[in-house]
Design a protein around this ligand. Sequence first.
Ligand code: OOG
Ligand code: NI
Length: 471
Amino acid sequence: MTTTLAHQFVSANEIRNRFSRLMSDMYRTEVPQYGTLVDLVNSTNAEILQKNAALRLQLAQNKEIDRLSVERHGAIRLGTAAELFDMRRIFAVMGMHPVGYYDLTVAGVPVHSTCFRPVDEAALAVNPFRVFTSLLRLELINDPALRAQAADILAKRRIFTHRALELVALCEAEGGLSNEEATEFVTEVRETFRWHSEATVSHNTYQALLQAHRLVADVVCFKGPHINHLTPRSLDIDTVQIHMPAHGMNPKEVIEGPPARRIPILLRQTSFKALSETITFQNEAGSNHTGSHTARFGEVEQRGAALTPKGRALYDQLLHNVRTMEGKGNDNNATAQYEWQLKKAFATFPDDLHSLRTQGLAYFRYQLTHQGVAMAGNVHDVSDMDLLIQAGLVMFTPIVYEDFLPVSAAGIFQSNLGSNEQRHYDGNAAKHDFEQALGAAVLDEFALYEQLQQASMDAVRHALQRAPDGH
Ligand code: OOG
Ligand code: NI
């Protein structure tokens, strides 16, 4: 019998940190352009930080400086409920929990998704590694025979190594992993995310599934859910977008998300087009067939303020308006036209910290100013935050958005499916089914930001307040 003492466990943060480093190293070898992109983002970030002292200060105050160089999100697409269930257990070992529910059928993609990520402030500051995880919805394949065949293929595959599942069970039973176990765990889990250039099906089956939807083929025909992109965080996505072609990358036409603003909100994303890669198919006769598959791409993101439900509703409304807009500006180029429309539509979204805060559109982190620190323990009435701010005792900075945007995600999916095909599925969110498969409820992103904001307000008030019997 062995008992492991709690202090011998490696923290979940450390396991996540190790895993994200392994993923980054693996993807650099698998997709060399990823390395080029990361280098471009790093050099752009270094330049911005040097030039923009205010931004540097804000990132430091929000503990975002150190995490910037390791900050990545990846994406995988799973085939079955059982795979999603075990994936949740695996991410839990790394301190990553499912946040949010994304229905992508509205955009013609037959999946629904969540984001596995760290949720508390300290964990986010160490490494906010996130994985956008989608589950295929086979019920949306029309042809019953093909649907049954796909289900059959998926039921037979095992995407996790035996040892990875053993180590998860061990972690669940004992409450943690030792240093050696943690190293073994991340190495084993890496196998699940690896690219395989051999399909598990014949070229005919692949073609049939491709006809149903390119994404169905991507999920069903391979041994596992290869990671399809790994995204670094840029402080200036417009500059990166402009420089991509000179570094041999072909960016998608428009940046997804809100327009460039003085105060960035939510998430802006761009990507370079997916690679067409050589695949070997197993043919029925036992011979091989060489073909190609398009799945993996590169993406860059820039993150801004997390919005409240009110701010998010305004964002969704304005983005919707862009799509139904009449005016075209005076440029004939489609990209420039879109940018013009986006800017015009978003002109009514307040772009200063004061308005964003007083109108309740974004979440903020409250902290003491130098003057506030000097007054700590000496303020009688701390109830009115506006007054504390006016008095120069408290400052506030936007809380960064840690999640995703369904419309943007759909745009990213679509630009990388290797064709312009459009499918229509009746929008049918199935959050309950998803959570059933997951074996847990997804966390509410708004509640998480609200808690961060509230905790910072409580801390500020607590620090300033004169104790009832104080002098
Ligand atoms: C996921 C696309 C979503 C994002 O950044 O919005 C995504 C996928 O293509 O599997 O990663
Ligand atoms: Ni992405």
